[in-house]
Design a protein around this ligand. Sequence first.
Ligand SMILES: Nc1nc2c([nH]c(=O)n2[C@@H]2O[C@H](COP(=O)(O)OP(=O)(O)OP(=O)(O)O)[C@@H](O)[C@H]2O)c(=O)[nH]1
Length: 134
Amino acid sequence: MTQIPLVVVAAALVDAQARIFVQQRPADKNMGGLWEFPGGKVEQDETPENALIRELQEELGIATETACLAPATFSTGDIDGRPLLLLLYVCRKWSGTVRPTEAADSRWLRSHELFALDMPPADEPLVAMLDALL
Ligand SMILES: Nc1nc2c([nH]c(=O)n2[C@@H]2O[C@H](COP(=O)(O)OP(=O)(O)OP(=O)(O)O)[C@@H](O)[C@H]2O)c(=O)[nH]1
């Protein structure tokens, strides 16, 4: 049976030094310990951009808006047997200070440094594309 993909949105926050924010998933979560871009699942009746704005507020305490979210690339994969569609946006403008609320750890890294991180399989093509883009 064909399943509707789970849509997950994520942001590459890029600072003035061209560093990208990544955070480590808590050990007790699905894919715990892996590094990822902030974001999460798009809920019913949410646009992808509104979902990402909400997740950035919840996870990092920052505010941004749709006009500051540039669609960058996407990848596909699966989560527990369900197809995954992972949408990555680049965001260079937000208000507030990035303060992770849920992450086990976090870092600001140059794009080439992301290759050394242990990330979910669906993030690998995103990292390669980001490195080419930035
Ligand atoms: N945020 C985020 N999730 C990712 C990335 N790559 C990737 O495979 N995922 C997967 O996409 C799913 C996102 O779910 P989540 O648990 O972070 O989302 P959420 O905040 O809505 O979760 P909740 O159900 O705990 O409220 C996870 O299974 C996660 O492992 C990524 O770069 N960022």
